[in-house]
Design a protein around this ligand. Structure first.
Ligand code: DX5
Ligand code: ZN
Length: 232
């Protein structure tokens, strides 16, 4: 597995294509289009209809997508009691599992469980949650996802109020020399991407901004151009 720019030390910004915004009848081709269009990973939001008011994908999607793309498959668990699902999910072949911190009573145990399968681990923090209690765990994960929308649906507006958490995470990473990507998930698009990158995010998860009418490759090229502008 390569999650590009390991340790977040490269200036390259990782783009995760969230297939929540793709045509559900064509998820394999959508993943392939994202790969050909220049995405760095496929982001798969697994929802349970309880933690969030939406139901999405199950384990079997992972081996199905694997036939269509060589990109890392990142399972984002937006569901209650992820501990019960990590073992069967790990067998389905994700490259990384991301859990929401407020669903894990013992976050360090959950992270260690994910890692015991030899795959990457990440943690997500909702817009209404503080980052400070999560800071001690960041040395144990590969990816921090700051949610910039309430989890559950694509196409929601970007919440600017989370940007200080991105900057705090970047400072913490640099001060402790951590091997960590600082990600943003939700509402990132051509209009908001500059603020996301300037706040310090180096891993952007995008659904609606990528899977759109103009074509995935065109959309990603435009987004990369905006990333370059924001770094100039
Ligand atoms: C929200 C999901 C996001 C979502 C982002 O619950 O975690 O990954 O797909 O979608 P957009 O980019 O459309 O806001
Ligand atoms: Zn997500």
């Amino acid at each position: 597995m390569s999650l590009s720019s390991p340790c977040g030390r490269s200036s390259r910004v990782h783009i995760g294509a969230s297939i929540l915004a793709a045509d559900f009848a064509c998820l394999g081709p959508a993943a392939r289009a994202a790969e050909l269009g220049g995405a760095d990973s496929i982001h798969i939001d697994m929802m349970d209809g309880h933690y969030v008011p939406n139901l999405t994908f199950g384990f079997d999607l992972l081996p199905a997508l694997r036939k269509w793309t060589t990109l890392p498959l990142v399972a984002h668990l937006e569901l209650d009691n992820p501990d019960a699902l990590i073992e069967p999910l790990a067998q389905a072949g994700p490259d990384m599992i991301v859990v929401q911190e407020d669903t894990c009573p013992h976050l360090d145990v959950t992270i260690a469980h994910i890692r015991s399968y030899g795959i990457g681990a990440g943690v997500g923090v909702n817009p209404d949650r503080r980052l400070e209690p999560v800071l001690p765990y960041l040395s144990q994960v590969d990816l921090l996802i700051i949610m910039s929308v309430p989890p559950g649906f694509g196409g929601q507006p970007f919440d600017e109020n989370v940007l200080p958490k991105v900057s705090l995470a970047r400072r913490h990473r640099d001060e402790h020399d951590l091997c960590l990507h600082v990600g943003l998930d939700g509402g990132v698009n051509e209009g908001t991407i500059v603020r996301a990158v300037q706040a310090g995010a180096d891993y952007l998860i995008m659904g609606s901004a990528i899977f759109q009418r103009d074509g995935v490759g065109t959309a990603i090229a435009r987004l990369r151009e905006r990333i370059c502008q924001s770094m100039a």
